[in-house]
Design a binder for this molecule. Structure first.
Ligand code: ZN
Length: 305
């Protein structure tokens, strides 16, 4: 099914990366500004992530000997230093996830540039190492994001949805590996129900979400793909959901040849394959079109003369 399958290390049949975005209450502050004090319950819900979810997940995954990747907004690192230290000490990879979970598409190019720099500096002050990976808040990559990633020498990005396996984005000045997300492997649509965020759906039973995640794993295993969660400690770290994560890890571990890894390890592996000539990823040149596309240019409102 995969036309140009990637050879995983040591003949593994698939790669599995558990990644969590530690957003905490950053989104509350950016959405409600000085009104955030009146959203006490919402903030408590979001604080569950760094206070309860992260320590629980770190313990669970350490016991299973499975590595973790956390994407952390700079503001969260600053305001939850103990959680940040716990994540670093656990040996997890720490990736860039903006500053205050700012949506790059709602920022000026200058503000996006500043956010990129600020997030890098804050994370490095905790880890002693420049992050090599980036995940855009709410998958909101702007037309400038790839240029900034190339400028800062990021090894990989993980917000887009353009393939089943890693590929390489090329902006004409440099390349960044994309480790793509999959719709079925986000936890927010399965579980979140909260009036303040306009989520009125019925949450899934964790055993049903487990089936969804398991189906994604079965396909990755069978066809040589990859499985990567895009989860949140405040959502998936809840008791019953965490229990079913444990069941899932056990199910995966019951299979021969599963490579449990961080995203940095996947990207480093891709680079090694390229260097040895063993495998070449698909190259995705961006921007994809001359913008605005010539077909719609004459439909755009004319500038006032
Ligand atoms: Zn996020």
């Amino acid at each position: 099914m995969i036309r140009n399958p990637i050879p995983w290390p040591n003949g593994a049949k698939c790669a599995v990366a558990f990644t969590f975005d530690v957003d905490a209450d950053s989104t509350c502050h950016i959405n409600w500004l000085d009104q955030v004090d009146d959203h006490v319950a919402s903030v408590s819900l979001m604080r569950y992530g760094p206070e309860i979810g992260v320590p629980r997940l770190i313990d669970m995954f350490a016991a299973a000997d499975v590595p973790l990747t956390f994407f952390v907004p700079g503001w969260v690192a600053e305001n939850y230093p103990e959680t940040m230290r716990m994540m670093v000490e656990s040996g997890a990879e720490i990736g860039h996830h903006g500053y205050l979970h700012d949506d790059p598409n709602k920022q000026s190019p200058e503000a996006e540039r500043e956010t990129m720099k600020r997030g890098l500096e804050i994370l490095e002050s905790f880890t002693g190492k420049k992050p090599v990976g980036y995940r855009s808040p709410t998958h909101a990559n702007s037309r400038h994001t790839l240029d900034l990633l190339v400028e800062h020498g990021f090894l990989y990005e993980s917000s887009l949805l353009g393939d089943d396996i890693p590929y390489e984005m090329d902006n004409g000045k440099g390349r960044v590996i994309e480790i793509p997300c999959a719709h079925g492997l986000d936890d927010w649509p399965n579980y979140m129900v909260w009036r303040d965020f306009n989520y009125f759906q019925s949450p899934k039973a964790p055993s049903d979400a487990y089936r969804l995640y398991k189906d994604e794993f079965d396909a990755a295993y069978r066809y040589g793909g990859m499985w990567m969660s895009v989860w949140h400690p405040l959502v998936s770290g809840r008791l019953a959901r965490a229990h079913w994560i444990g069941e899932l890890v056990e199910y995966m571990k019951g299979h021969e040849g599963v490579w449990f890894c961080t995203l940095e390890e996947i990207a480093t592996h891709v680079r090694a394959l390229q260097a040895s000539g063993e495998w070449t990823p698909r190259i995705d040149k961006q921007p994809w079109y001359e913008m605005p596309h010539p077909a719609i240019r004459d439909r755009l409102p004319k500038a006032a003369e």
